[in-house]
Design a protein around this ligand. Structure first.
Ligand code: NAD
Length: 439
């Protein structure tokens, strides 16, 4: 099929590359000329395992190209995906300005009968609103389908190629069928393609993210209570998670969730619920608990050093909001960095992939270290914020020698207390008893 994808960010780029990889002809459209130039030259603009190779293969095969010219880019398209951002406004509601601008521009460029599939995460009723907007602008019918994206950064390609399910929200059965056919190559393992109303589809995406965020805030709340009671949350988590009704996924205590989706999506549901007269108290709390959790590492550091943080040398491992991505949007590490800087601490920061984004945000405010052990050299303490694989089993002996004081604040509960004791570390995990040097 001839496909266009508007927006070549995380979702748009992965969508375009994966659709091209199964033989479709795809044009990726983006307003950012630099991004289009890089992608056209085979240079990936995000870090996602396996993406660069797939991008280059499909460019070479002539099935994929990129442009800044929307009208030209959608000229032959049978299906146009929209994957532009829907960022939060100050009141938490989703800002649909970019989406509406794209819809107006698209309306002028599309022929009668074209199908527009909205991949961006949008409040209930948005697809109807866009269809009406485009009909008025174009002077003819345009069919808008909701097709929310469930990929996870860090495993985006696998998620797209082997989804748990595909959701298509369509009030027009013919349009639903055309989009369904596009997805058939990815569900040969009997995963379902769920066809539902557009409004239910829009809600499904928010409900799924809100549910996952709720589990994270829930276990963080339990961890904070365990912390005060001197209980190991890991034991509690095992006791809970072995219940088949509960399971273990998204029940990892830590220093809060981040990224471009959970924080904004939880707030967006609460906001559009409020607009129809419902106070989503649970979701408001999920957000509030998470905001508080982003401070938990700072509070532990401040407590350990009796509030004397001025001049303290802190090594920080991991800024990306989760492993296998260079995305630092809404990352818990940013809250910690800001608070430590504000308190006068001196930072040495390392992340395996996100350092160019860190540099773009903070410039010269602290030392950026391209090597984990170099960051630890001479530091009063190490804080681990993101659970990158390479941080799971570091050379503790070397680390203990490099650090001025063998102290680790473990924001993702990566390290075992017995092991910490063996190497002589003071260890402060989340929701588990600390290991002190005299233990
Ligand atoms: N990132 C994720 O993991 C993820 C997962 C599922 C759903 N989503 C949703 O998908 C949507 C996109 O998210 P993202 O993370 O890919 O965003 P992103 O910011 O990475 O990408 C958006 C892209 O759109 C481009 N753009 C902006 N205005 C444009 C215009 N007028 N014309 C063409 N291109 C334009 C930007 O330059 C950018 O490249 C959001 O609604 C998000 O909530 C994201």
């Amino acid at each position: 099929m001839q496909i266009s994808v508007i927006g070549s960010g995380y979702v748009g780029l992965v969508t375009g590359v994966c659709l091209a990889d199964t033989g479709n002809h795809v044009v990726g459209v983006d307003i950012d000329a630099r991004k289009v130039e890089d992608l056209s030259g085979g240079q990936c603009t995000i870090y996602e395992p396996g993406l660069t190779e797939m991008l280059q293969n499909n460019l070479r095969a002539g099935r994929l190209r990129f442009t800044t010219d929307l009208a030209e880019g959608v000229r032959q398209a049978e299906v146009v995906f929209i994957a532009v951002g829907t960022p939060p406004k100050a009141d938490g509601s989703a800002d649909l300005t970019i989406l509406k601008n794209v819809a107006v521009e698209l309306a002028g460029a599309l022929d009668q009968g074209a199908i527009v599939a909205v991949k961006s995460t949008v409040p209930v009723g948005t697809c109807e609103m866009l269809e009406e907007l485009m009909r008025r602008t174009a002077g003819h019918d345009v069919t808008v389908v909701s097709n929310p994206e469930f990929l996870k950064e860090g495993s985006a390609i696998d998620d797209f190629l082997r989804p748990d399910r595909v959701v298509i929200g369509a009030d027009d059965p013919e349009a639903a069928e055309i989009v369904r056919q596009l997805y058939l190559p990815y569900v040969r393992n009997q995963r379902p393609i769920l066809i539902m109303s557009r409004r239910a589809s829009e809600m499904t995406k928010y409900a799924a993210n809100a549910c996952l965020a709720t589990r994270i805030s829930f276990i963080n709340e339990i961890a904070n209570i365990c912390d005060r009671l001197g209980i190991d949350v890991n034991e509690v988590r095992t006791g809970m998670g072995t219940d088949a009704r509960i399971g273990f996924q998204f029940l990892y205590p830590g220093c809060g969730y981040g990224g471009s989706c959970f924080p904004k999506d939880v707030q967006a549901v609460a906001s559009f619920a409020r607009a129809v007269g419902y106070e989503a108290e649970l979701l408001d709390s999920v957000h509030a608990v998470n905001e508080r959790q982003k401070n938990v590492l700072f509070d532990k550091i401040a407590q350990r050093f009796d509030g004397r943080l001025k001049g303290l040398q802190v090594a920080l491992w991991g800024v990306a909001f989760k492993p296998n991505t260079d995305d630092i949007r809404e990352a818990p590490a940013l809250v910690l960095i800001d608070r430590l800087l504000e308190a006068g601490a001196k930072l040495r920061v390392h992340d395996p992939r996100a350092l160019s984004n860190v540099k773009a945000l903070y410039g010269e405010k602290f030392v950026i270290s391209d090597e984990a052990y170099k960051a630890a050299e001479g530091a009063d303490a190490l804080v681990v914020v993101t659970e990158w694989n390479e941080f799971r089993s570091p050379d503790f002996k070397r680390l203990a020698e490099l650090l001025k004081q063998p102290i680790i604040f473990d924001g993702r509960n990566l390290y075992d207390s017995a092991m910490m004791r063996r190497y002589g570390f003071e260890h402060y995990p989340i929701g588990r008893p600390a290991t002190k040097s005299q233990d």
